[in-house]
Design a binder for this molecule. Structure first.
Ligand code: SPV
Ligand code: MG
Length: 672
C-alpha cells in the first residue's frame, strides 16, 4: 500500500496561517500539524511508502517532513505548475511512483480519526469516505451513489448524493484505470483539463472502476479550508482526546504486538488499561510468571497508558459498568472460540450506553508462540511448579483438582476450560489417584502398584503439563520408606502428598467397613508425618494427613482427635473422607475443626457427597476439592461401548459417532 498526499496547493483561504508554509503545516495543537498527524497515523497503520506532491513552499515542506524523523519512505514530487493547475496535474507528475501498489489517497488538508483510516484499510474494495449524517455541503465534494457504488464525484451534484471527503483507498487494478484517465486529461493539450478536479477524470470511467462508499457517519473526517474549519476541527480533536478507551491485558510478557495495540488504542482517546488479577488469570490461563502488582506497574509505565485499573474477572462487566468507556479495544481473535461469549457480553454492555467495540487484526506470530512456549517451560520446572499450589491457595482460598493418571488425562486437566454464565473456569491442579493409577493398569487399589511405577505416572504427566500435582500416597508405607518418597516427590516438583491413616493391607476407602481395614494408631501416624516433614527440603512441599475415621465408622470424635493431633504433628493439610451421600458428617467435621484451627488447609473428596457445590465448601472453610476419579469413570463406559459396537457389527462404522475424530486428538496433543 502506498499513500499519496496532495500538498501542492496554495491554501489562500487560510489567510495569514499559510503565509510562510503550506497549509498542511498548520498546527492542530502544539504537538501536531495536519501533516504530522496524517503521517503518524499512516506509520501506525504500517503504511511506510508515501508520495507527497508539493509546490507551494516545497522545500519548507520537505525539510519539515524530514524533521519529523518518522519510519517512512517519503518521495516528494513537485508540481512545477502548482499555481496554475489543480491536483490532477500533481498526480500526473507523480504517476511513475504510483503504478505498483494499492493506493490510499488523501488531500493534504484532511483531518480524520484513526478509526476512519483503520476502517478504510479494512474495507475489502476500493472506497471513498462519505458521511450520510452530514448535511450536503454547498461547496465541497459530494458523491452520487447508486447501490453503495459511486457514479459521480463533484461539487455540483445534489441528487442521490452524500457528503464525501477526499480520502480514498484504491485497489491497484481500479487505481490504474483512474490514473490512465488522469494521464489522458493532462496530455489532452486542453489547459482546462489540467486545472479541473481529478475526480472529473474518475467520473469518465466510473462505470468501469468500482468505487464504493465507506460511511463514516459522525466520525471526524474533514478538510480545513478556512480558519473557521481549523477551529471547529481543533474542538473535535479535543473532544476525541476526552474520550476514554478501555483495553484489558492478562499478559505477563509485553511484546511489540502489545505496544502496537496500546498505541492504536491511545489514538482513540484517554487509555485505561485493565490488568487481570492473578485470580482472574487462573480462571482460564497458565499461572502468570509475574504477579498482578508487578504487571500493573509494568503497564503504568508504558507510553500511551493514562490509567491502570484491576479487572477481577475475565468478564468485562464490572469495569465497563463502572468506567463506561467510549471504546473497548481488543484483537479480533476472540470472535470465535473460548472468549466468544465474553466478546458478546462486551458488545451488549457497550450498546446499552452507546459505546463501541474496536477490533484490530490479531496476528499470532512465530515469535509470540515461541515466547509462550518458553513461559510454559518455565512454569513447568519443578521448583516453580511445586510452590504454585501454595500460591494458588493464597490467591484463591479454594482450589480444585481433577484426577490424571497418564499424559492424556493430564492434558485434559491442563487444558479444559469453560465459560459458564459469563464466568471462566479451569482446574487448578491434578490429583494422581491411587485408584485410577491402579485401574489404568488393571490392578486393584491395594498399594500393589509400586512406588517406582507411580512415579513413572507422575513423570508422564509432568512431561506434558504445567499445573501443580497432588499425589495420592496411600498409607505412605513404612515411615523409613516414606521419607524417601517425600524427597523424590519434592524433587519431581509435586506440591502435596496425601497419606491416609491406615495400616496393613490398604483397600479403597469407598469400600468402607465392608472390607477389613485397620486404622493406624495416632502416635504412629504422627511419627510418620513428623519424619516426612523433617525430610522435605523446601518450604513449598506439603504433607496432608487423611483421616479415615468416618469411612471406618469410628465416629466424629475420633476423626477430630486425629485431625488435631496430625495438625500438631506438622501436617500442612487435613483431608476428611466420607462415603456417605449425605454431606452432614463432613460439614460437621469441617465446622468443628475450623472452630479450633483456622489455618491448616482442609481437603475433601466429594465422590459420594457430590451434590455439594464448591461455593458451599468455600463458605465452610474447605480449601481443596478433589474430583478423584471422574475421567477414569467417564472413559470406561465409552470404551466398553466402542468395543461392544464393533463386536456387534463386525466393523467399526457404527462405532465412529462415539469416537473423537483424529484431527481433534492431534489438536489436543501439540507437537514440539
Ligand atoms: C483415590 O482416588 O485413589 C482415593 C480417593 O484415594 S478414594 O477413591 O475416594 O478413596
Ligand atoms: Mg487412593
Amino acid at each position: 500500500m502506498t499513500a499519496l498526499i496532495l500538498n501542492s496547493g496554495l491554501g489562500h483561504r487560510m489567510g495569514e496561517l499559510t503565509k510562510d508554509h503550506p497549509k498542511c503545516m498548520t498546527e492542530l495543537s502544539r504537538s501536531e500539524t495536519i501533516l504530522s498527524r496524517q503521517l503518524k497515523l499512516l506509520a501506525a497503520a504500517e503504511i511506510h511508502d508515501v508520495v507527497i506532491t508539493t509546490g507551494y513552499y516545497d522545500s519548507v515542506l520537505e525539510e519539515y517532513c524530514r524533521s519529523l524523523a518518522l519510519d517512512l519512505n517519503i518521495t516528494f514530487v513537485c508540481n512545477p505548475l502548482y499555481a496554475s493547475t489543480n491536483y490532477i496535474y500533481s498526480i500526473y507528475c507523480a504517476r511513475e511512483h504510483l503504478r505498483d501498489d494499492d493506493i490510499v489517497l488523501m488531500h493534504g488538508d484532511l483531518v480524520f480519526e484513526e478509526d476512519v483510516l483503520r476502517r478504510l484499510l479494512a474495507f475489502p474494495f476500493s472506497c471513498m469516505t462519505v458521511s450520510s449524517t452530514l448535511p450536503l455541503p454547498q461547496k465541497d465534494f459530494k458523491a452520487v451513489v447508486q447501490n453503495d457504488r459511486i457514479e459521480r464525484i463533484g461539487i455540483h451534484y445534489f441528487d442521490n448524493a452524500v457528503a464525501a471527503q477526499p480520502l480514498y483507498k484504491f485497489r491497484k487494478k481500479d487505481w490504474l484505470l483512474w490514473l490512465q484517465e488522469i494521464e489522458r486529461f493532462c496530455e489532452s493539450g486542453d489547459p482546462a483539463r489540467r486545472s479541473c478536479y481529478a475526480e472529473n477524470a474518475f467520473n469518465e470511467i466510473s462505470d468501469r472502476c468500482p468505487l464504493y462508499t465507506l460511511d463514516v457517519l459522525d466520525a471526524l473526517c474533514g478538510e480545513i479550508d478556512t480558519p473557521e474549519d481549523l477551529q471547529m476541527i481543533q474542538a473535535r480533536l479535543a473532544a476525541i482526546r476526552e474520550k476514554t478507551v478501555y483495553l484489558c491485558f492478562s499478559t505477563d510478557m509485553v511484546h511489540s504486538g502489545h505496544v502496537t495495540i496500546i498505541q492504536k488504542a491511545a489514538k482513540l482517546g484517554r487509555l485505561i488499561v485493565g490488568v487481570l488479577t492473578d485470580k482472574a488469570v487462573l480462571t482460564y490461563k497458565r499461572f502468570p510468571l509475574i504477579p498482578f502488582e508487578e504487571r500493573k506497574i509494568l503497564f503504568e509505565n508504558l507510553a500511551g497508558v493514562s490509567q491502570v485499573v484491576e479487572q477481577t474477572t475475565l468478564s468485562y462487566r464490572e469495569n465497563l459498568e463502572k468506567l463506561r468507556p467510549d471504546y473497548v479495544v481488543h484483537g479480533d481473535d476472540w470472535k470465535e472460540g473460548f472468549q466468544k461469549p465474553i466478546r458478546e457480553e462486551v458488545i451488549r454492555i457497550l450498546s446499552s450506553y452507546g459505546g463501541q467495540l474496536v477490533e484490530f487484526p490479531y496476528s499470532a506470530n512465530r515469535q509470540l508462540i515461541e515466547i509462550e512456549k518458553r513461559a510454559r517451560a518455565e512454569v513447568s520446572m519443578p521448583d516453580i511448579r511445586r510452590k504454585r499450589l501454595k500460591r494458588t491457595l493464597e490467591i484463591k482460598g479454594l482450589v480444585t483438582a481433577i484426577e490424571a493418571h497418564n499424559g492424556l488425562t493430564g492434558l485434559i486437566a491442563e487444558n479444559t476450560a469453560v465459560i459458564h454464565n459469563g464466568v471462566s473456569r479451569q482446574f487448578d491442579c491434578m490429583w494422581v489417584s491411587s485408584l485410577c493409577d491402579s485401574t489404568a493398569k488393571g490392578k486393584p487399589d491395594i498399594e500393589l502398584v509400586d512406588m517406582s511405577s507411580r512415579f513413572r505416572t507422575i513423570d508422564d504427566i509432568l512431561d506434558v503439563t504445567t499445573k501443580p500435582i497432588i499425589f495420592d500416597g496411600d498409607t505412605g508405607g513404612l515411615t523409613e520408606h516414606f521419607v524417601y518418597t517425600v524427597r523424590t516427590l519434592e524433587r519431581m516438583g509435586v506440591s502435596m502428598v496425601i497419606i491416609e491413616d491406615k495400616t496393613g493391607l490398604k483397600k479403597n476407602s469407598l469400600f468402607g467397613a465392608e472390607v477389613r481395614q485397620t486404622q493406624a494408631p495416632i502416635n504412629e501416624f504422627c511419627e510418620k508425618i513428623r519424619a516426612g516433614k523433617a525430610a522435605q527440603k523446601t518450604a513449598d512441599f506439603m504433607i496432608c494427613a487423611r483421616i479415615e475415621s468416618l469411612i471406618l465408622e469410628q465416629g466424629m470424635q475420633d476423626a477430630l482427635t486425629r485431625a488435631f493431633a496430625f495438625a500438631n504433628a506438622g501436617a500442612d493439610a487435613i483431608m476428611i473422607h466420607s462415603r456417605k451421600k449425605d454431606p452432614s458428617e463432613v460439614f460437621e467435621f469441617v465446622r468443628a475443626f475450623r472452630r479450633k484451627n483456622e489455618t491448616t488447609y482442609l481437603v475433601v473428596v466429594p465422590t459420594s457427597f457430590n451434590s455439594v457445590t464448591e461455593d458451599e465448601f468455600r463458605a465452610l472453610g474447605v480449601n481443596v476439592v478433589i474430583y478423584a476419579n471422574h475421567l477414569t469413570r467417564a472413559a470406561l463406559p465409552a470404551m466398553q461401548k466402542a468395543a461392544e459396537l464393533i463386536l456387534e457389527n463386525q466393523r467399526s462404522l457404527e462405532c465412529d459417532p462415539i469416537c473423537m475424530p483424529f484431527k481433534e486428538i492431534i489438536r489436543l496433543i501439540p507437537e514440539g
